[in-house]
Unconditional design. Structure first.
Length: 327
């Protein structure tokens, strides 16, 4: 059941959308106005909290939207990739319909997740063009892997030109691409390599989707320097948590609910505020949730248990933001 604050916010959103439509009718033809209205973004918060749709793959689009709204999320970080709610080949047709449904429910779609790295691939341009027309402001790119035959330095030289071309394509369609720093051995794992690649590129068109969990995992306490280095390139973020666990004599990362792990969220939020960094935040749920954590289409535990866990994390993170006075 929705509580009254959720209804009030939706009523405001719908009223604002109707007002915007009325203004459009005064300047354009009826058909033009209808098109513009169908593409109008929901009025956005500075840093809306979104649910990553990967973790709701076990729900169809309609049920996912309802679940996200019922849990209290501001929006959806929609997976437009293989096995996502939107398959890349169907993006031109299905993404506008999905965005329309999400916005009608009073939710935002400020960001999508893709595997885009090649600016020359027609399917990639089609996705970027479609998202840009819909008023989606950010998309997560795919990942790049170091070429062992070239080595690190020469691989970065090679990728720099590729990312410059991708930024130019993003500018053409008025959308920002954002590369996620991710623990491991790929490009972006150390975080510093992203600064080398992006420092000469306009962050309005290509930047970083900063993942504090992976920055902490790779950098320990030095993530504060990573954040400082990349602060001008961050327009969107990922939220999740972890601990180190010794299993069978080897150390592994273990995913845990927000606030129960090693990520120093109070310090992180304090620094975001001091650097004036804002933008949509995508919450990920990678601890054991009956398969929802890995994007399974079927889950092995009751759906209410999954949704309650997600809502608990959301409420905890909202509490952390409030305590940090982060809007």
């Amino acid at each position: 059941m929705h509580n009254s604050p959720r209804y009030s916010r939706r009523t405001f959103v719908k009223s604002t959308a109707l007002a915007a439509t009325g203004l459009a009718l005064g300047a354009n033809s009826l058909s033009q106005s209808a098109t513009a209205n169908s593409l109008s973004p929901v009025p956005a918060k500075a840093s809306p909290i979104c649910v990553f749709s990967k973790h709701l793959k076990w729900l169809n689009l309609t049920d996912m939207i309802k679940a996200a709204a019922d849990m209290g999320f501001d929006g959806i970080d929609l997976a437009v990739r293989k096995d996502g709610h939107i398959e890349p080949e169907q993006a031109e047709k299905e993404l506008p319909l999905a965005v329309e449904k999400i916005r009608k429910a009073g939710l935002e779609v400020p960001m999508i997740v893709t595997t885009i790295t090649d600016p020359k691939a027609p399917i990639n341009e089609a996705i970027i063009k479609t998202a840009g027309k819909l008023g989606i402001k950010h998309y997560r790119t795919g990942y790049l892997n170091y070429d062992a035959t070239l080595g690190v330095a020469k691989s970065l030289e090679k990728f720099k030109k590729q990312l410059e071309d991708l930024a130019a394509l993003n500018k053409k369609y008025n959308i920002q691409g954002a590369y996620q720093n991710h623990a491991g051995v790929m490009v972006g794992s150390s975080v510093w390599d992203l600064w080398i690649l992006l420092k000469d590129i306009d962050p309005q068109w290509l930047g970083v989707q900063y993942d504090i969990k992976h920055a902490t995992l790779e950098g320990g306490l030095s993530w504060v320097h990573d954040l400082d280095l990349l602060r001008n390139h961050i327009r969107c973020m990922d939220i999740k948590d972890f601990i180190w666990e010794n299993k069978d004599g080897k150390w592994h990362q273990k995913q845990v609910p927000v606030g129960q792990g090693m990520v120093d969220f109070p310090q992180y939020l304090k620094r975001l505020k001091s650097f004036n960094i804002s933008g949509p935040m995508s919450m990920h749920f990678e601890y054991s949730l009956g398969g929802a954590e890995t994007g399974k289409s079927n889950i092995s535990i009751p759906r209410d248990e999954v949704l309650m866990s997600m809502k608990r994390d959301l409420e905890k993170f909202k509490q952390l933001r409030q305590e940090a006075n982060f809007g």
